[in-house]
Design a protein around this ligand. Structure first.
Ligand SMILES: *[C@@H]1O[C@H](CO)[C@@H](O)[C@H](O)[C@H]1NC(C)=O
Ligand SMILES: *[C@@H]1O[C@H](CO)[C@@H](O)[C@H](O)[C@H]1NC(C)=O
Ligand SMILES: *[C@@H]1O[C@H](CO)[C@@H](O)[C@H](O)[C@H]1NC(C)=O
Length: 651
């Protein structure tokens, strides 16, 4: 106890000292600002600057572009791919600044001290702007606030831990041994790595950049394009420009308008000179040798879009977690994306360990795509707002319009998974509008299945229509296939719900007034069902199909099953006919749902719901409640309705 309070006291004292130093630094900064304004004309005089960090150096013109993204007056750069698919005004034009690359670089004239790089040696007057700003903000937040908590709050991950980790840390080797024997072509295409960011933390952004520079062979790396999607944080302004000016092959583009993930990447793509575009999130770390296998695959077939295996960086500890192979990207009927570990693909054949796996979709973290193919297939949908679901749209479009997608196992990149999404996360409505665009453009009559499981989208759609004129024109001009083809050819594993009237919807329990639910986070392998308040969002939608299975969830991959007298969810079989254990019959007149094999009835018990009833009953039911199999009676606990929250029309 005493030890603890002493530690707190020391921490307080440290904090006070810090604040003192910061105050001093702030005053120094303000003064030097005044001075440097007076001395502007004498800036280029030789000799070492006295206060290196506080000196303002104008960024070389080719490093910081202010890009007006929809200015028709700007001319198309010569190196931009032919654009079969886009209307001119849909494109984001940027001025070409090739040839100004040789602007004088003041390398070595001063040293930029950055958060995390040399904490221990920081003395007053050598504090970087970012660090100072953060500490001051923390001070304003209240002295008591724990720094780590504040960082998690701000970024969705523990940025304090991240700052302590080197910007050049090496990841443990997790590639399959077979990968080391792989031979790649001598003449792989060049790559432009496009990293879009919006208010990213300093350490994670720069670790991403350095990780690319440290791992990608220079002969294949055309450039790293940092695209600033209108960040507000101070450390991403001049300090970043200065830092980037010291990095060979890294360029910074700034947008003057918030573009969102897709628009920002499209802007970077229009500016990129490499043959292959690698879009990368701004909080990634690359494994050695990650780039070559991706380029090899794209070189073999220019319509193939590829992703590495995405390993995971823990948001709290920044520990690196390798992802099990095989894995592929999929999405469900709510148009949410998952990386699916796919035991179906598992095989004893050692060659499988290095062979790419076809993937119905790819995540947005890292994708490599031929630059010309990207442009001709329609870039990212410019109608998508901020971010969310744009990678699903790209996936469906690539497959439907002549391309394919793969996960390449010898390439590994780790992605920082955030604990929560920070404050600028688009609200649910924005995400739903993006999904509505996908449904309207690509899903044909199957979109009804989506709207039943994402009812908010249905209600938004009722009051407004997306303008997909251009995307439909693109779809026609590229001769894209329909969604039925996608479902049967590319993603046959996705269960297609039947959603028969009165036999699908929320499973409403008359006796308890709640709905059957499968608590989020129990995993894709299934588990106990419970009774909770009806959500009305479509998250509790299920479907009693003509096979007698009660298919649950947005994938429809879990089936109502039994375990002893408990009713649980388990993965549905992939073969037909289905197991008799999984067959149910709904008797409309009585509302009973009868388990065919045992002829017992589905009964609902609320959590703690029977504790006050007769002691005899309390013995039969656990206090946790849930769904059970019981002798059929006409008790309301055995009465059910399938409630359809929405009834979307075909159009
Ligand atoms: C990393 O792996 C450990 C052990 O397998 C696991 O407990 C932890 O949840 C994983 N972290 C992430 C972020 O996946
Ligand atoms: C939809 O977009 C097209 C081109 O982008 C435009 O010409 C048309 O006027 C828009 N329609 C509506 C209803 O806004
Ligand atoms: C399901 O319920 C049973 C009985 O209450 C319990 O023993 C088991 O741990 C539960 N399983 C899960 C995954 O919660």
């Amino acid at each position: 106890m005493r030890l603890w309070s002493r530690a707190t006291a020391i921490r307080r004292r440290m904090l006070c000292l810090w604040l003192l130093l910061l105050g001093f630094a702030l005053v120094t900064l303000a003064l030097s600002d005044l001075f440097s304004r007076d001395r502007d004309h004498s800036r280029d005089k030789p000799g070492p600057p006295r206060r290196p960090l506080l000196q303002r150096i104008p960024s070389p013109p080719d490093l910081e572009l202010i890009v007006e993204s929809r200015d028709p007056a700007l001319e198309l750069g010569v190196d931009v791919a032919p654009l079969k698919s886009l209307q001119e005004d849909e494109l984001l034009f940027v001025p070409s600044v090739q040839g100004t690359k040789s602007a004088p670089q003041k390398k070595g004239s001063y040293k930029v001290l950055m958060p995390g790089t040399s904490k221990g040696t920081a003395v007053p007057g050598t504090l970087a702007h970012g660090e100072m700003g953060k500490a001051v903000r923390l001070h304003l937040d209240g002295l008591e606030k724990d720094m780590e908590q504040a960082a998690v709050q701000k970024y969705g991950f523990n940025e304090v831990v991240s700052e302590r980790i080197s910007l050049h840390r090496r990841l443990p080797e997790t590639r399959h041994p077979e990968c080391f024997g792989e031979q790649y072509s001598e003449s792989l295409p060049s790559a432009s790595v496009v990293i879009c960011f919006h208010d990213e933390a300093w350490s994670t952004l720069l670790r991403t950049v350095h990780s690319v520079l440290d791992t990608a062979p220079r002969q294949y790396l055309q450039e790293v394009l940092l695209v600033d999607d209108l960040s507000q944080h101070g450390h991403l302004k001049t300090v970043l420009s200065e830092y980037v000016s010291h990095l060979d092959g890294v360029r910074l583009i700034r947008s003057t308008r918030r573009l969102g993930a897709g628009g920002c990447r499209t802007l970077g793509a229009a500016r990129a000179a490499g043959e292959v575009l690698v879009f990368m999130d701004s909080h990634c770390e690359c494994q050695k040798g990650w780039l070559e296998p991706l380029l090899e695959r794209v070189a073999q077939d220019r319509t193939t879009v590829v992703s590495p295996i995405m390993d995971v960086i823990d948001w709290q500890t920044f520990r690196y977690n390798a992802t099990q192979w095989p894995v592929r990207g999929v999405f469900d009927w709510r148009l949410d994306f998952y990386w699916e570990s796919n035991p179906q693909l598992e095989d004893k054949d050692p060659e499988k360990a290095v062979r790419p796996v076809r993937s119905p979709a790819l995540g947005g973290e890292v994708v490599a795509i031929d630059r010309h193919f990207f442009q001709s297939v329609g870039a990212y949908d410019p109608g998508m707002l901020l971010w969310g679901a744009e990678h699903i749209e790209l996936s469906i479009r690539v497959w439907s319009c002549g391309g394919s997608m793969e996960v390449v196992p010898c390439s590994r990149v780790a992605h920082l998974n955030r604990h929560h999404l920070p404050y600028h996360f688009p609200d649910q409505d924005l995400l739903q509008r993006n999904k509505i665009r996908i449904a309207a453009t690509w899903m044909d009559a199957y979109k009804k299945i989506f709207y039943r499981r994402e009812t908010l989208a249905h209600f938004i759609r009722q009051s407004e229509s997306p303008n997909i004129t251009e995307r439909m024109r693109l779809k026609r001009s590229l001769g894209c296939r329909n969604f039925h083809w996608f479902l049967t050819t590319v993603y046959p594993q996705l269960y297609i719900p039947q959603d028969r009237p009165a036999l699908s919807g929320e499973l409403y329990s008359v006796g308890t007034g709640g709905c059957a639910d499968y608590p989020h986070g129990q995993g894709l392998q299934g588990g106990n069902m419970s009774i909770v308040p009806c959500s009305g969002t479509g998250s509790q939608h299920c479907d009693l199909n003509s096979e007698g299975e009660v298919r649950w969830g947005p994938m429809g991959a879990l089936c109502l099953d039994t375990k002893g007298d408990r009713v649980v969810l388990s993965p549905c079989p992939t073969h037909r006919p289905t197991a008799s254990r999984l067959q149910w019959k709904f008797i409309k007149l009585s509302g009973q749902l009868v388990h065919q094999q045992s002829q017992l009835c589905l009964e609902a018990v609320k959590e703690g719901g029977l504790l006050q009833s007769s002691p005899r009953e309390a013995n039969i039911y656990p206090s946790t409640g849930g769904l059970f199999l019981r002798q059929c009676t006409h008790h309301p606990r055995q009465q059910w309705h399938f409630e359809q929250v929405v009834a979307p029309k075909g159009a």
